[in-house]
Design a binder for this molecule. Structure first.
Ligand SMILES: CCOC(=O)Nc1nc2cc3nc(NC)[nH]c3cc2c(=O)[nH]1
Length: 371
């Protein structure tokens, strides 16, 4: 039986609730994947991630290659055992972040050469090596080796890049040996509708358990990004999960779920938490702001997370000012719970056939009034 069966449980417009089976349990989509770049979601215990509803965690191939190395992780039982998370893992490259940090030295037909952000040594990655690393790490979902073109890129560059990414997809698939891992292809094409459609259609020639929408959330405007998401989900098959890479703002999740996206990841909730901000229905509040120092209310009225059930905004504002670790920890916990509650409510609305009303209510609260 297919270890990665995906069945649609309910629909509301283009939004859908899915059940995705993996060797490490079944998960319900749409879902948000907390990012654990180096095998840890910064500041949070796996047991607390489970308690707030996290289902799939994401780790970065590039970072774990540099430290501690895939051989060590494999020798220590693989990611699940090593990092104490027995639910599904997804590994993406993490190269996107490193590229944007300017460590990319060369791209050619063979692959890419990075300069290590740790010691400056040269790292060569090819489709074959990327797959071998992800097989050693042991994630349930692994990503084909691709190029995420910088934004903006010329149509000529986008076209040459997407064609090479398709050749790299073929090489990634050929290099795959583990039947207990699902390889997702990644469609590219930037914000050029013709090239986006071309890349998506060509990626579909490979029969894969799921498909990622890549090359977005790289600095383009929302007005440029969402038509590409809509175009992608019109072309991608209904029966397979769609993964929009790097998208994590609440309003973007609500819009993309409405367009039929099933999986999301972003460092946004945890990074903005470490920087002192809490996600709330109206948007975001920055606890460094003095107005919160005497605010007895929880971060968010009605939130069931430990931070909101136990502490006031005043206390968390104090922790942030005092640069206490607990400040970032509580805000990261709340922000992830916020996104998991958002996707839980979205799944419920889809089951009720009322996703449109759900999205309108969300937008009204998010954009209807100032904080
Ligand atoms: C082994 C290749 O796997 C990948 O992770 N490739 C990839 N990763 C991305 C990460 C992204 N993060 C954002 N925004 C924060 N946009 C992204 C795009 C890609 C991508 O196209 N391709």
């Amino acid at each position: 039986m297919d270890p990665f069966r995906f069945t649609i449980q309910a629909r509301s417009g283009r939004a859908r609730v899915g059940l995705l089976t993996t060797p490490h349990g079944r998960v319900e989509t749409p879902l948000f994947m907390p990012v654990g770049t180096q095998g840890s979601v910064k500041g949070l215990l796996p047991k607390d991630l489970k308690a707030i509803g996290s289902q799939v965690l994401l780790a970065n191939t590039y970072h774990l290659l540099l430290r501690p190395g895939p051989e060590r992780v494999q020798a220590l039982g693989g990611l699940h055992r090593f990092a104490g998370w027995d639910g599904p893992w997804l590994t993406d490259s993490g190269g996107f972040q490193v590229m944007s940090l300017g460590h990319l030295r060369r791209i050619d037909e063979e692959g890419v050469v990075f300069q290590s952000h740790l010691d400056g040594s040269l790292i060569r990655l090819t489709p074959e090596r990327s797959i071998a690393i992800q097989e050693a790490l042991g994630a349930d979902f692994i990503m084909a080796f691709d190029e995420c073109p910088p934004y903006p890129s010329s149509p000529e560059y986008l076209k040459a890049s997407l064609e090479r990414t398709l050749r790299w997809l073929e090489r990634s698939l050929k290099a795959k040996t583990r039947p207990d891992q699902a390889l997702f292809g990644i469609a590219q094409g930037g914000t050029d509708a013709g090239l986006r459609a071309l890349s998506t259609r060509e990626t579909l020639r490979f029969d894969l358990p799921g498909y990622a929408i890549g090359g977005l959330a790289v600095g383009e405007t929302k007005e440029e990004m969402f038509p590409m998401v809509a175009l992608s989900t019109e072309i991608l098959p209904e029966a397979k999960p769609r993964y929009l890479m790097g998208v994590g703002h609440p309003e973007d999740l609500v819009a993309a779920m409405g367009l039929g996206v099933d999986l999301f990841d972003s460092v946004y909730p945890t990074r903005t938490g470490r920087f002192g901000s809490a996600l709330v229905p109206e948007g975001r509040i920055n606890l460094k702001n003095a107005q919160y120092l005497e605010d007895k209310r929880p971060l968010e009225e009605g939130c069931d997370c430990y931070a909101c059930q136990t502490f006031s905004r005043a206390y968390i504002a104090h922790l942030v000012r005092a640069e206490e670790m607990l400040g970032g920890i509580l805000l990261s916990l709340h922000n992830l719970r916020f996104l998991h509650r958002l996707t839980e409510r979205a799944r419920e609305a889809i089951r009720q056939g009322s996703y449109g009303a759900f999205a309108r209510e969300f937008a009204e609260r998010r954009f209807g009034k100032e904080i």
